[in-house]
Design a binder for this molecule. Structure first.
Ligand code: NAP
Length: 482
């Protein structure tokens, strides 16, 4: 990929930042600069918000027939599929993802737009008989300008989860991608225009969270903020949104449990558990980073899991056979390595991994996957989100202890449990405090179903028809009989 200049996407045009600021975006596998990207200041954000507000107020999008809105969203899905290799290459190079995984993610983004293309004309209010004097009708109305703030771990997938339902409801949007993965959102904005989306309905401001993100969150014309990122930044976003009574949804961090009972089918469990924690090099909010294994099978599980971990192919994302690419930045790898020092210092036993490969991989931010045993619930590596390929495995005795261990965290995003006893599976699934849980599986994402967290993992839900509620408001209209 040659180094290009990538401007902000405002009002259907690509423009430089008003002050001309740019910053490079890098390939985490090689350190190569991929593009110089415009860095929005508060002035650019204000311009983007005013354009989006104007487009919302003039109604070109929200007043379009719902069927036509759906057709445009459907054309976006089609174009994503047609350009999927180009988008997958961008996502792989900007985010260090194995190309095979990046292709899968682009397919998922197309599915998201397709789902909401079909949902557009199935959103309606109710007719509510009030009293003898009349009836209430409810309308589901768009909110206005929505600020969509996206992290770097699944840049286009998560952007799609926000953009598609927001547009389906008739809102206008401004996307703020993470500074280190800005390219795919810009490419999507170009495709949306090609699909016939009116100019200024979907805008992208690239730049830092502290400047561009903050300007969006505090802008008086922004009605809704949908934020995905760390719990720490999410707290600040929510506090700032409070000043303007802005609607907020938050998808935040996680420290999810993987509970394995002694009657689990071990082979599929080991394989699936492996991907549940090492997918995307462990940079996944739904990562099952705390494994609780019932004592009778603890040793056998650990032996098999470590053996399989050591066969994970860490390497060039462009190689179709690569399982794990680099971490997103060298600073982030330093933070993960620091957790390994903390874990070692706390007395946990590292059975494998945590090595920085040399040779051909020395220029990238690579790290081999690490497994800890002899961990205790109070250790930092058991409590804090490491966001890298690091797993802690602990034994448990009985159902009650498994649930207690799983719930011993401020987070509540995802998780898995493995058993052949359906009664126990349902009891434990009901008792674990988490937004999503998979039984005999590690799958967390189903575009048709609500996705989101309990406790400090967030507020609100993405995906499914539920997401549309977060991008609309009810209006009740009373009609008198006489
Ligand atoms: P992050 O540092 O919180 O950043 C997320 C986004 O917020 C980025 O676009 C960032 O911009 C922006 N931002 C930073 N400071 C801001 C501010 N003051 N105001 C407004 N926006 C601001 O998170 P990350 O490191 O990108 O992503 C990793 C985290 O996301 C992990 O904790 C992970 O668990 C969580 N996550 C959660 C989910 C979920 O669905 N629950 C999904 C994926 C990831 P910059 O890039 O410029 O800093």
């Amino acid at each position: 990929m040659t180094q290009t200049f990538e401007g902000l996407a405002i009002g259907g045009k690509r423009v430089a930042a008003a002050n001309g600021a740019t910053a490079p975006t890098y390939n985490p596998a090689t350190g190569e600069v991929l593009a110089q990207v415009a860095q929005a200041s508060a002035v650019d954000v204000d311009q983007a918000v005013r354009v989006a507000h104007d487009r919302f107020s003039t109604g070109a999008w929200k007043q379009m027939r719902s069927r036509e809105r759906g057709q445009i969203l459907g054309r976006i899905a089609t174009l994503i599929r047609e350009k999927s290799e180009m988008l997958a290459q961008i996502e792989s190079r900007d985010g260090g993802k194995p190309i095979s995984a990046a292709r899968g993610e682009i397919g998922a983004v197309a599915n998201t737009f397709e789902y909401y293309a079909g949902a557009v004309n199935k959103i309606h209010g109710q007719t509510i008989p009030g009293n003898a004097n009349g009836t209430v009708m409810t309308f589901r109305e768009a909110l206005g300008v929505c600020a969509l703030i996206v992290p770097w771990n699944f840049p286009l997938v998560i952007a799609g989860w926000k953009i598609a339902p927001a547009l389906a409801m008739g809102n206008t949007v401004i996307v703020k991608p993470a500074s280190v993965t800005p390219l795919s959102a810009l490419a999507l904005a170009d495709l949306a225009l090609e699909a016939g989306l009116p100019e200024g309905v979907f805008n992208v401001v690239t730049g830092s969270g502290s400047v561009a993100g903050n300007a969006l969150v505090t802008h008086p014309l922004v009605r809704k903020i949908s934020f995905t990122g760390s719990t720490e930044i999410g707290v600040g976003v929510m506090q700032q949104a409070a000043a303007g009574i802005k609607r907020v949804s938050l998808e935040l961090g996680g420290k999810s449990a993987n509970i394995i009972f002694a009657d689990a089918r071990l082979e599929p469990c080991v394989e699936s558990s492996l991907w549940s924690v090492y997918d995307n090099a462990g940079q996944d909010c739904c990562s099952r980073t705390r494994f609780f294994v019932e004592r009778p099978i603890f040793d056998e599980f650990v032996e098999r899991f470590v053996a399989r971990t050591q066969t994970m192919r860490v390497g060039d994302p462009n190689d179709e056979k690569t399982d794990m690419g680099p971490l997103i930045t060298s600073q982030h790898r330093d933070s993960v390595v620091n957790y390994l020092h903390v874990g070692d210092g706390e007395g946990a036993r590292r059975l494998c991994g945590g090595d920085i490969p040399g040779g051909a991989l020395a220029a990238g931010n690579y790290l081999t996957p690490a497994v800890y045993v002899d961990v205790k619930p109070e250790m930092r590596i058991m409590r804090e989100e490491i966001f890298g390929p690091v797993v802690c495995i602990m034994p448990f005795d009985g159902e009650e202890e498994a649930v207690r261990f799983a719930n011993d965290t401020p987070y509540g995003l995802s998780g898995s449990l493995w058993t052949r006893d359906i009664g126990r599976a349902l009891r434990v699934a009901r008792a674990v405090e988490t937004g999503m849980l998979s039984i005999n599986s590690s799958s967390s994402v189903h575009i048709e179903a609500p996705f989101g967290g309990m406790k400090q993992s967030g507020l609100g839900r993405e995906q499914g028809m539920t997401a549309l509620e977060h991008y609309s408001e009810y209006k009740s209209v009373f009609i008198a009989n006489d």
